[in-house]
Design a binder for this molecule. Structure first.
Ligand code: ZN
Length: 542
C-alpha cells in the first residue's frame, strides 16, 4: 500500500499494515505491556465481553485497559481549585522541548532501573496542560529574552530585549525607557509578596533577568557590556538593576551563578582566583547588596547558603560560580564543585524556606521563579547527555516544591522555547535513550538498527549543530553513551539552534485549570495574574 497520509489513515481504519519499509516494528512483542501485567494482580473473576461486530473481545482484565479506565475516573473526579492562589512558583526549563521532556523522562526512568517509557517526571503528573506558541514579534524561532518577557509582562515582544515592548529598537538606550513594562515579579514585590528568583545560569542571564530588569539588549549583564553612549542616555546594566530593584523591599531571594557581573574587573574571584570580575565602574555589587538592608546577606557557597536563617527577615543574594553554575553531570563528577555549588533543588528548597518564612510573618504570599537554564546550553552544544540530565535537575526541584507547598500554591512548569532534538528510529522498549537505535539482546549486548548505508545511528539527533562535523562512521554503543558525545546533526553549525514549535505549560493548584488549549505565550502572565489577583491588588494599593 502506498503510504500517503491519507492512505495511512485508511490503513488504520481498515486495520491493514502500513509500516514504513523495512521497519518491522509491528511484529515485535510488547515488553512494556508484559511488564505492566506483572505489576497488577489479575482480578479473581475476569470479565471479558464480546463486542460482536467482528468477533474481537473487550479485554477488561488487560492492565492497560484498567489503567485507562482508572485515569478517566480520575479525570472525571478532578475539580478545579477556583479560589485565589496565595503563592505561585513558576519553573522554566530553558529550551525544554516536548522531545526533550520525553527523552529525559525515559532517561530518568532508565537511571532508576525501569524501562523508562512508562516513567513520569514530577510535572508529568500535573493535571492541566496547554500548548504554548513561542514566537517573538520579530522572530519565527524565538530567543529566551523575548519569550521570558512575554511570560512575565503579559505582552509579546522582540527577540533579545528584556521586559520592554516590541516598539523598542534593539540596543536603543535612548528610547527604551518609554517602552518598559511592569513584570509580575515587580507587581508581586509591590503588593508586599515575598519574591525570589533562582537559576543555575548567571542570575543576569536572559530568563531570570526578564523578571526584574528592563533592557533593550539581553547582553547588558554588567556595565562593561554597555557603550559609554548607552550608559549616558539611560541604559543600566542588569546586575545593577538586580541589587537596586526597588519594588516593595526589593527581591527577597536571588540565587544563581554570575559573580563576575557583580565584581570589579580588578578583583579576583574569591573561589576561582584565575578569573576576575567584569565591572568597569569599580563597584562590588555584592557589597552594595549587603549595605541595602540590615538583613541583606550575600553568600557564595553551598554551606553558606544552607546556613541562611529562615527568620522572615533575611534577604539573600547567592552567587555560586563566576559564570554559569556547572552542569549537573560535571557537578556530580567533581567533589570540589559539589562542595561549593548547590543543585537547583538545593537552591529552590532554600529559597522556598526563606520565602515561606517571610510569608508566615507578612501574610502576603510569595512568588518564586526557578529556571533550569542549562538544558538550553547542553542542546546548543549538541550534547543531549548534559541537556537531558538538566531536565532531571529541574524534575528534582519541582518534586521538592510539590512536597513543600500546599493547595494554596499555583505551580507552573513550562519552557521558553524548543530545540531541534529529535527522537527517531524503531528502538525496542527499554533501549538506552542515549544509545544507538536498536534493541538490547538477551546476553546483555545490543543489536543496532542500521541506516541506508548499513551504519548504526543514535535514537537522539539534532536538525543542526556541531555534531554534523563529528565522524559518523563506526559508532559504537560505548562511544555514543559517553557524556561528551555530540549527537549527529543534519546542518553543520557551531551552536545548535532553538526551534520554533510549541512547548508545554504544565499546571497544578488554584487557577491551574486556565492552562488548556493552545495559548500565546504571554497568556501565562495573565493566568498568574488571575490566580493571584495581582493587578487588582497593585491597583488597590495606596
Ligand atoms: Zn538558547
Amino acid at each position: 500500500m502506498n503510504c500517503t497520509p491519507l492512505a495511512a489513515l485508511v490503513s488504520v481504519m481498515l486495520l491493514t499494515a502500513c509500516s514504513p519499509q523495512g521497519a518491522g516494528h509491528g511484529d515485535a512483542p510488547a515488553p512494556a505491556a508484559t511488564q505492566m501485567k506483572a505489576q497488577f494482580d489479575a482480578p479473581a473473576t475476569p470479565v471479558t465481553g464480546q463486542l460482536g461486530l467482528d468477533g474481537r473481545t473487550l479485554d477488561e482484565t488487560d492492565p492497560w485497559y484498567q489503567q485507562g479506565q482508572d485515569k478517566v475516573a480520575q479525570l472525571q473526579a478532578l475539580t478545579p481549585i477556583t479560589e485565589r492562589a496565595r503563592n505561585v512558583v513558576l519553573f522554566v526549563g530553558d529550551g525544554m522541548s516536548v522531545t526533550t521532556i520525553t527523552a529525559a523522562r525515559i532517561l530518568a526512568g532508565q537511571l532508576q532501573g525501569e524501562n523508562g517509557e512508562g516513567h513520569m517526571l514530577s510535572f508529568d503528573e500535573f493535571p492541566y496542560t496547554a500548548m504554548v506558541k513561542t514566537y517573538n514579534t520579530d522572530a519565527q524561532v524565538p530567543d529566551s529574552a523575548g519569550t521570558m518577557s512575554a511570560i512575565v509582562t503579559g505582552v509579546k515582544t522582540r527577540a533579545g530585549v528584556l521586559s520592554v515592548s516590541e516598539q523598542v529598537a534593539r540596543r536603543d538606550c535612548a528610547s527604551f525607557g518609554e517602552h518598559r513594562l511592569m513584570t509580575n515579579m515587580m507587581m508581586a514585590a509591590q503588593a508586599g509578596m515575598a519574591t525570589g528568583v533562582v537559576t543555575n545560569t548567571r542570575i543576569t542571564h536572559a530568563t531570570p533577568a526578564a523578571t526584574y530588569a528592563w533592557s533593550p539588549d539581553r547582553n547588558y549583564e554588567s556595565d562593561g557590556d554597555i557603550t559609554n553612549w548607552g550608559k549616558q542616555v539611560g541604559c543600566v546594566d542588569i546586575a545593577t538593576q538586580l541589587v537596586e530593584f526597588d519594588y516593595g523591599r526589593g527581591l527577597d531571594v536571588a540565587f544563581g551563578g554570575g559573580r563576575q557581573q557583580f565584581l570589579p574587573k580588578e578583583q579576583a574571584d574569591p573561589i576561582y582566583p584565575g578569573v576576575t570580575g567584569k565591572r568597569k565602574d569599580g563597584r562590588d555589587l555584592t557589597q552594595v547588596w549587603q549595605q541595602r538592608h540590615a538583613d541583606s546577606i550575600y553568600v557564595d557557597s553551598l554551606l553558606a547558603m544552607e546556613a541562611l536563617p529562615a527568620d522572615g527577615k533575611t534577604q539573600a543574594l547567592g552567587l555560586f560560580a563566576p559564570s554559569h553554575n556547572a552542569y549537573r553531570v560535571d557537578r556530580l563528577a567533581s567533589e570540589s564543585e559539589r562542595s561549593i555549588q548547590p543543585s537547583l533543588e538545593a537552591m529552590t528548597s532554600k529559597a522556598l524556606e526563606l520565602l515561606q518564612a517571610r510569608d508566615a510573618q507578612d501574610g502576603q504570599g510569595f512568588m518564586l521563579v526557578v529556571e533550569s537554564g542549562r538544558i538550553d546550553h547542553g542542546h546548543h552544544a549538541g550534547n543531549a547527555h548534559r541537556a537531558l540530565h538538566e531536565v532531571i535537575e529541574l524534575d528534582e526541584a519541582v518534586a521538592a516544591v510539590m512536597a513543600a507547598v500546599g493547595e494554596d500554591t499555583l505551580v507552573l512548569v513550562t519552557a521558553d522555547h524548543s530545540h531541534t532534538l529529535s527522537m527517531a528510529g524503531y528502538s525496542a522498549i527499554g533501549n538506552p535513550i542515549l544509545g544507538l537505535a536498536g534493541r538490547p539482546t538477551e546476553d546483555g549486548g545490543h543489536e543496532p538498527m542500521l541506516d541506508g548505508e548499513q551504519q548504526p545511528f543514535t535514537t537522539l539527533a539534532y536538525a543542526n549543530g556541531p555534531g554534523a562535523n563529528y565522524p559518523t562512521a563506526s559508532l559504537t554503543q560505548e562511544s555514543v553513551m559517553a557524556p561528551d558525545y555530540r549527537q549527529r546533526a543534519v546542518t553543520p553549525m557551531d551552536s545548535e539552534t532553538h526551534a520554533g514549535e510549541d512547548v508545554i505549560l504544565h499546571a497544578v493548584g488554584p487557577g491551574a485549570q486556565l492552562a488548556r488549549g493552545t495559548l500565546e505565550q504571554n497568556v501565562i502572565f495573565h493566568i498568574i495574574d488571575q490566580a493571584l489577583g495581582l493587578s487588582e491588588r497593585v491597583a488597590a494599593m495606596p
